[in-house]
Each structure stands twice: as structure tokens, then as C-alpha cells.
Design a protein around this ligand. Sequence first.
Ligand code: TYM
Length: 333
Amino acid sequence: MNKPTVLSGIRPTGYLHLGNYFGAVCNFVRMQDDFNCFFFIADIHSLTTHPTPESLQTGVKQVLAEYIACGIDPEKATIFIQSDVPEVTELYTILNMNAYLGELERTTSFKEKARQQPDNLNVGLLTYPVLMAADIIIHKANFVPVGKDQEQHLEMARKFAVRFNSMYKKEVFPIPKPYTFNGKDMIKIPGLDGSGKMGKSEGNAINLYDDPKEIRKKVMRAVTDSGPTEMNQEKPETICNLYTLMEAVSKPEVVAHFNELYNKCEIRYGDMKKQLADDIISFTEPIRNRIIEILKDNEYLSKVAKLGAEKARASASKTLREVKEVVGFKKLF
Ligand code: TYM
């Protein structure tokens, strides 16, 4: 029996952080044995931020090494670079004809960018969800493991797939579903600066590649409050954030211990942060060491990217041929 197909991607705009890891990459690793997996580096998407050619190349190489260091096996999963598969931009063009200005303008991420960077509100940002849909449906993905922040984009990909199928009265694309481990809610790893989400552009990220000193510095700076004043008091958001991170990296008994201290009003945030920093370091250090090793081997990285591009192009061009036939681009002459 054919394995269901899974696809997901990450923009190469820096280092992978704990949000990327727990929101997406850990699922990639878990899924690679049982699914037909495509994991890619979204370098075309990252052009919306106007990186220099040098930083783009460095970013792509870094994410490639980080994927492998996290445990994605290029022999099992197809790891590829988005721009190595030009078929996706052709599908993107076709899908753009059935994507409407109003719905794109209403996308939360686009509205946020309009507020944050009115001087660089490029059309790539507007049609970002269309390219993301093309990424997903060109491989006929059934599942997409992403964090909570990508929920709306994925919903739009589903909408574009349904629209295409119904417009041409043919089930060309399966409707992709979000994938969450154990069917739980999509994950959101918070930042430690009191803001909602850990992110590259938020400047509050703890990267897998950070050295222990850097991690300790970042964790010790985390925003807290003056502590609970009543037994079993509900935690405010900033404190919940600290606990959410701890739940991701620490043993359950450690989390239970600090929960108990909080409930008894005996919590000392300094101690908790020290423990959290230690646990993050134990978690990231082996990954960081592998990243350093893998980055030294250019030949290996280039072999992985070439193999991935071949496999991804074979899959993408098959779908694109079908799409062109369906829309009416038949070879008449
Ligand atoms: P990007 O590069 O912003 O993030 C990559 C993945 O990491 C997840 N993530 C988080 N999850 C939980 N908590 C966080 N704080 C956190 N921060 C990031 C994201 O949800 C994502 O899964 N548009 C995508 C890249 C993309 C893509 C695709 C993904 C392009 N085409 C097709 C899936 C399928 C993005 O910018 O992700």
C-alpha cells in the first residue's frame, strides 16, 4: 500500500529555533518512517525579506545541515531546496488566477506585515499563501506538520485545492490536513520576552545552534513577575510561557516540581530559569555538535541537495503535467 504523503518547509532566514523544532521538525523526524516525506527549504519565500545573495546561501546551507542534525534522514525523506524545483513556480502562476485579492488581503500575516513594514509591502507577501499552497499540493501532500502560526496559510492551501478541483471537476489534488502528533492542538512555542510567539523576526528565539553561554544569557533575561501571592493562583501569560518551554525540554517530574512550588507561592524564578537553561542546553548541545560536523562536509550537503532535487522534481513534474492537461494546455501543434 502507498504511504500517505507529508510535506513541510522552513524559510532559511537564520538558524532553526526551539519553535521551529517543537512546532515542525520533531514531527518530520517522527514521520519519516511511516510516510512518504518531503521536507524543503523555502528559499523563494524568504526573498520577501530581501536577503543578500550571501546570506541566502548561508541560510540554505545552515537549514540543510540542521535538518540532518535533528535526525531527518535523507535516505528516508526527500530533503530539497524550493528553488531547485521550478515546477512549483509554474503551478503558483496557475493558482494565482484563482486566488482573489480580497481573501489574500485579509490574511492575518499580510495584515501584520502591512502594519510592520509599509515600505516593503511587496506582492510576494500578498501571494505568499498561494506559493505555499503550490508547495503542498504539487506533491499531492495529505498531511502538513506545521506550528500554530501556519494554521491560516494551511487553511488557504486547502481552499485553493478544493477550488481547483471543483473548477475543473476533477480530484487532481487531495485536500491537505494539518498534522499534529497524537492529534493534539497545533503547537505554539512562546518567546521569553513576554510576547506570544518565539520567532526569528521577533528577535526572541533560542536557536539550536546557540552555544550554552548564549542560551543561559537568553533564559536568564526571560521576563517574569514578582511571583504568586495566593496559593494555586492562575499563572499570567509570561509565566505560562516559561512553563510551556519547560514542558518541551524538561522531564515531567521537573515541571511538576516547579508547578508545585508556584502553587505553594514558593517559586524562585532564578532557580527555575537556571534549571530551564540546563535542560535546554542538554537538549540542544548534541544537535549543535552534529550541525558543526555536518557543516564541514560540503560534498555531503551538496549530494543530499542534488538527490532531494531529483526526487522532488520527479514528483512535481508529474503533477504539473496533469494540471496542464486539466486546465487545457494541451499540445495542439
Ligand atoms: P517558518 O520558516 O516561519 O517556520 C517553520 C516552521 O516552524 C514553525 N514555527 C513554530 N511552531 C511553534 N511555535 C513557534 N514559535 C514557531 N515558530 C515557527 C512554523 O509553524 C513552521 O511549521 N510559510 C512557512 C514555510 C513554508 C511551508 C510551506 C510550510 C513555505 N511553504 C509549505 C509548510 C508547507 C514559514 O514561513 O515557516
